[in-house]
Design a binder for this molecule. Structure first.
Ligand SMILES: *Cc1c(COP(=O)(O)O)cnc(C)c1O
Length: 457
């Protein structure tokens, strides 16, 4: 057995991978060994475009010199010291920077290590705020159908992706679910009708239950794991307006959408919205190290600020919170946003993404393309007229991604929606090359003459 085969065997023998049916992995194993720019390389030396930014993280490509150097420089000072009761240099510098780039009104930075934790903290902040204010009955959250906020039990409680979350139902706390404005699958197929109907349903819940609701949670502008669903124009600002009207907080999850992904630093800027609490993670370190943040308004912060004996402290923290190596690379990442005009370049290159992906709509089984900046989904359907999905068991999009992998492009679907989220540093030529691979993989799987029975299992 050569080295590659040995590693594959070990991976099958010892690993249990996240969000992975190991039976699938055992059939189609893959081990990445190195990366450069927007490509990664496996243990056999085969190269792939990182078409999903290693699950929506990567910004400037792999082995970006400035980021590598920032870590090396920090390594010579210290790698980690705690943030419990004390601070460190890069965590302090980064907090200032984040407050400056965040929508106005978000003045405090609470660190953690993953998106799910950032969401847990947001929920506890909103809930605890009202307790500290002496409001006992505001205990519930309003969430959106198909919302995804991470995999810890609290984050799952405000999530609503049926196939991931259903089994855990008995473990979860109850929250109000309101329909997300999914225009493509709405009976009217009209963005404004869909938006207004969904806002009305949110208002009905808030009007009736606002005294028991501490916050509304939503992914900002675009749902990720729930199907890459883009909000129709005016929806998010409508949600903000209703939250203010009924005195409940708005928690926006920018874990996927933050840091330039959608063509603004934070996606809520598309609608001029400032939430009371904002969570961010994935792109914050350029995709290098696990840092996450929960940003809060000064009003919320002040409700926790008092003598210790009053027990208003936010009792939450993690061992690696505010890790110096992570904060140092996050600072270098944000420097690159300025030096390389990343937001402008994302806006420019978004046009290419749009043009290329909309071109896929000519295919027989591409029903919809939803895109905002470098975040996009391509929904495959059995029937374009009726918008009927492929049967769940066929795992159509999954098989398309396996074909894409064979052709040199990595991604992971959400349901039958293909995800296209390459690093923000992808060039026009890269984008066109990646979409060409997607196209031929879609055609091969959905229009090929192999039967689905051949491909399943
Ligand atoms: C990925 C994601 C999370 C969870 O982040 P982790 O770092 O994987 O815990 C939360 N919210 C959204 C919108 C995400 O896309």
């Amino acid at each position: 057995m050569d080295y590659h085969e040995e590693l594959i065997e070990k991976s099958k023998k010892y690993l249990w991978l996240p969000f992975t049916q190991m039976k699938d992995y055992d059939k189609d194993p893959l081990i990445i060994e190195s990366g450069e720019g927007i490509k990664v390389r496996d243990t056999e030396g085969k190269e792939y475009y990182d078409g999903f930014s290693s699950v929506w993280l990567n910004v400037h490509g792999h082995r970006k010199k400035e980021l590598d150097d920032a870590i090396k420089k920090q390594l010579d000072k210290i790698s980690h010291s705690t943030l419990l009761g004390m601070s460190n240099v890069p965590a302090t510098e980064l907090a200032e920077k984040l407050v400056h780039i965040a929508p106005k009104g978000l003045d405090r930075v609470f660190y953690s290590d993953s998106g799910a934790e950032a969401v847990e903290i947001a929920l506890k902040m909103a809930f605890h705020y009202w307790k500290n204010k002496g409001v006992k009955e505001k205990n519930k959250f309003v969430t959106m159908t198909n919302g995804y906020h991470g995999d810890t039990v609290g984050a799952v409680s405000v999530g609503a992706v049926e196939i991931y979350h259903k089994v855990y139902q008995p473990l979860l706390f109850d929250s109000f679910k309101v329909p997300y404005p999914n225009v493509y699958h709405h009976s009217s197929r009209d963005p404004e009708i869909c938006r207004d109907e969904c806002l009305d349903m949110l208002e009905n819940i808030l009007a009736e239950h606002h005294q028991n609701i501490c916050a509304v949670t939503a992914e900002s502008m675009m749902q990720g794991a729930g199907g890459m669903n883009l909000m129709p124009e005016g929806y998010l600002s409508g949600v903000e307006r209703l939250c203010k009207k009924y005195n409940v907080f708005l928690i926006l999850d920018e874990v996927a959408t933050g840091f330039g992904r959608t063509g603004e630093m934070f996606a809520c800027e598309h609608e001029g919205v400032t939430p009371d609490i904002l969570t961010a993670a994935k792109g914050i370190t350029g995709g290098y190290l696990p840092i996450a943040v929960t940003l809060a308004s000064e009003e919320i912060y002040q409700a926790f600020y008092d003598d210790y004996v009053k027990l208003k402290t936010l009792f939450h923290g993690h061992s690696y919170t505010g890790n110096q190596l992570g904060c140092a690379v996050a600072l270098a990442n944000l420097d690159l946003f300025e030096k390389e005009y990343i937001i402008d370049s994302v806006r420019q290159k978004s046009k290419i993404i749009k043009e290329e992906l909309y071109g896929l709509l000519e295919l027989k089984h591409v029903g919809d393309v939803r895109q905002l900046g470098f975040m996009a989904g391509v929904e495959l359907v059995a029937d374009k007229e009726t918008r009927e999905n492929f049967p769940f068991e066929e795992r159509t999009a999954y098989h398309v991604t396996l074909k894409m992998r064979e052709l040199g492009l990595l991604s992971r679907p959400v349901g039958d929606t293909l995800v296209f989220m390459p690093p923000l540093s992808s060039t026009e030529a890269d984008i066109r090359a990646m979409v060409a691979i997607m196209k031929s993989a879609i055609q091969s799987v959905t229009e090929g003459n192999k039967t689905y029975a051949d491909k399943t299992n």
